[in-house]
Design a protein around this ligand. Structure first.
Ligand SMILES: [Zn+2]
Ligand SMILES: [Zn+2]
Length: 201
């Protein structure tokens, strides 16, 4: 059993589980430092290549693990259709309004973690260079993310020696990959049997 860090009180972005289970593989999610401030000036914030120094993350005052994205929603405005002062039950479109807001989102990166890929050193390479674990953010720690490729759920229910997952099937597919079991592609019945034989408990 892998150790599971207690994550009460850590932030959960409530992203859905990845629904299609195409290409599997274990990918650890990290927050990468990439200061976005001053992007409009052509420099990417504090890691301005003319000023870069190894400790820039510590001196960047902008929380380089997050960026602001502009969100936009166009809403249609209606009013009730009236005939002789009485609502007909239908509505008239009177125009649209645009709502704009900013959302602070983490710079998420995925690092492959498998003995067959860089000897399992992918996450270490990122952690030494420019990234942190979501739960290690100094003032806004987040729950760890599912380790299935492209799945960003933080609702982790399956804890295996090869990572933590939000769904049993995702856990099994990664386990098969790690145990070097070639999963059947053509025969769905055989694939189901193979997956059923893998224990993630
Ligand atoms: Zn900065
Ligand atoms: Zn997942």
């Amino acid at each position: 059993m892998a150790t599971v860090k207690k994550d009460d009180g850590l932030r959960d972005l409530k992203r859905p589980s990845r629904s299609d289970l195409g290409a599997g593989g274990r990918m650890v999610k990290l927050f990468r430092a990439e200061c976005q401030t001053n992007r409009k000036t052509g420099f990417i914030g504090c890691q301005d290549p003319t000023k870069v120094h190894p400790n820039w993350r510590e001196t960047c005052p902008h929380d380089p693990y997050f960026r602001d994205v502009e969100r936009k929603e166009i809403r249609t405005k209606y009013e009730d259709e009236l005939v002789d002062g009485k609502p007909t039950g239908r509505r008239l479109v009177t125009g649209t309004e645009t709502v704009v807001w900013h959302e602070r989102i983490p710079n998420l990166v995925q690092a492959a973690l498998s003995v067959r890929i860089n000897n399992g050193m992918g996450p270490t390479w990122h952690l030494e260079r420019d990234s942190i674990k979501p739960e290690d953010h100094p003032n806004d720690p987040h729950k760890p993310f599912c380790e299935y490729r492209d799945c960003f759920s933080q609702d982790l229910k399956y804890h295996t020696p090869h990572g933590n997952y939000c769904s049993e099937m995702q856990a099994k597919i990664v386990m098969a990959d790690e145990l070097e079991k070639r999963l059947e592609i053509v025969n769905p019945q055989k694939r189901r049997e193979q997956l059923a034989a893998i224990s993630v408990r």
